[in-house]
Design a protein around this ligand. Structure first.
Ligand SMILES: [Zn+2]
Length: 252
């Protein structure tokens, strides 16, 4: 990653969505982030240093906290581009963003905790294309956007071990349906193909893959059929949208 993308100097933008807020601020793919409002980002550890997960997480959290604080109003971003520094003025509408992390684990898992989305390297290794990756990220992002982690922590589900299990199962099934619906919409908006992506459910058995606790899911065929209805209502042609400019959207 470092060699291919030149990430040895710090975190960088790998992709800039056409016409999105980053593009409007004239950010370019490959821009390395150096400072936010002139405040330098925490230094990168050397590649020869032993990897420390807690240190890496703390560093990533610090950068995200700095961005989050700055994003409450217009701010400047100092970037390194072809060995020259540039200052970008960022004044973007806030959307429903989610932080997506790759976790080094052989377990196959994807989950959302309300703020972050995690996918394991073991799961990524089983994916066949970007649509499948987008499907998993969109589904977990939807859980975060819809606030499902709070629902899961609430009494409705906590009491599910006892006699109200049936009701909890219903709550979980409904959150899964809602995450599939919003996830499909997020994928369509971003130009991915939800039906191609949903093949990951059939192949990996639909083992969620997320927040659900009791395997209370609709059968995979039912989920895919519901996604197909949404895609067809959208015009049936998800593929090809990737060739168009993606309009900047204020949030979903
Ligand atoms: Zn889910």
């Amino acid at each position: 990653m470092i060699a291919a993308l030149g990430l040895d100097r710090g975190p960088a933008a790998i992709v800039v969505v056409p016409a999105g807020p980053a593009a409007q601020a004239r950010m370019q793919a490959g821009d390395v982030l150096l400072a936010i409002d002139s405040q330098p980002l925490p230094p990168e550890t050397g590649t020869s240093d032993p990897f420390s997960a807690p240190q890496a997480h703390a560093r990533a959290d610090r950068i995200h906290d700095m961005l989050e604080r700055a994003a409450a109003r217009p701010f400047t971003l100092t970037v390194l581009r072809r060995e020259a520094t540039h200052t970008l003025n960022i004044d973007a509408p806030r959307g429903c963003r989610s932080q997506v992390f790759l976790a080094r684990s052989d377990q196959r898992n994807a989950y959302a905790d309300g703020r972050h989305v995690f996918l394991t390297t073991g799961l990524i290794a089983r994916l066949r294309n970007d649509d499948e990756l987008a499907f998993l990220i969109a589904h977990e992002m939807a859980h975060n956007i819809l606030g499902h982690a709070a629902i899961m922590r609430s009494g409705a589900v906590r009491s599910g071990i006892g006699r109200t299990l049936g009701r909890s199962g219903k709550v979980i099934r409904e959150t899964e349906r809602a995450a599939d619906r919003l996830g499909t919409q997020l994928m369509l908006d971003a130009g991915f193909d939800p039906l191609t992506g949903s093949q990951v459910l059939q192949r990996l058995g639909g083992a969620d893959l997320g927040i659900a606790l009791f395997q209370e899911h609709d059968p995979v065929a039912t989920r895919v059929a519901a996604i197909r209805v949404l895609v067809e209502a959208h015009g049936g042609q998800a593929r090809g949208a990737q060739d168009q400019d993606v309009p900047g959207r204020g949030g979903h």
